[in-house]
Design a protein around this ligand. Structure first.
Ligand code: T46
Length: 138
């Protein structure tokens, strides 16, 4: 996995009735959750995201269906396939992300450590590259 991103596996409590996954702050995920949102009804051809965040911790979990996420830290790129209820992708670095190839039943859940702030978004990929380079020089 590229730096700034890692997989998190959650414990599924399964029995004859089905399964349950619980996620607690600072235990199952390494930050306190301050915001939750979910994405659904996106078509296979739709591309969402196309931005990075200056300062955000986030876990994305496909709680239904599947999608792909392109992750790019300015030096390395990787596309991951999300289709497990018990696996999330933890994005903590300065990472460009693009979500695509949504299945019809896809529900992508995001657990985030900050309130919504439009100022935290970087939509210019060249700015990502410049900021990554200036971080390297420090
Ligand atoms: C991210 C990826 C994975 C709000 O009002 N509050 C919110 O908390 C969020 C996340 C969005 N919005 C509004 C802003 C836009 O008018 O919802 C609309 C759609 O948001 P956006 O175009 O940013 O959605 P995506 O799918 O491109 O990106 C989202 C998150 O914004 C972003 O933080 O990392 O999902």
């Amino acid at each position: 996995m590229i730096s700034g991103v890692q997989w998190i596996t959650f414990t599924a409590h399964g029995d004859s009735r089905g399964s349950l996954i619980a996620i607690e702050n600072n235990k199952d995920i390494p930050f306190p959750i301050r915001r939750i949102y979910y994405i659904y009804g996106s078509s296979y051809d739709a591309v969402r995201g196309k931005h990075a965040h200056k300062d955000l911790n986030q876990v994305l979990i496909c709680v239904s269906g599947s999608c792909d996420i392109l992750l790019d830290n300015g030096k390395e790129k990787e596309t991951v396939h999300l289709d497990s209820r018990d696996k999330g992708i933890y994005i903590y670095g300065f990472i460009w992300r693009e979500m695509m190839h949504f299945s019809e039943d896809c529900v992508l859940l995001a657990l985030v450590d900050r309130p919504y702030d439009p100022e935290d978004y970087v939509y210019d990929h060249d700015q990502l590259l410049r900021l990554t380079e200036s971080e390297d020089k420090k």
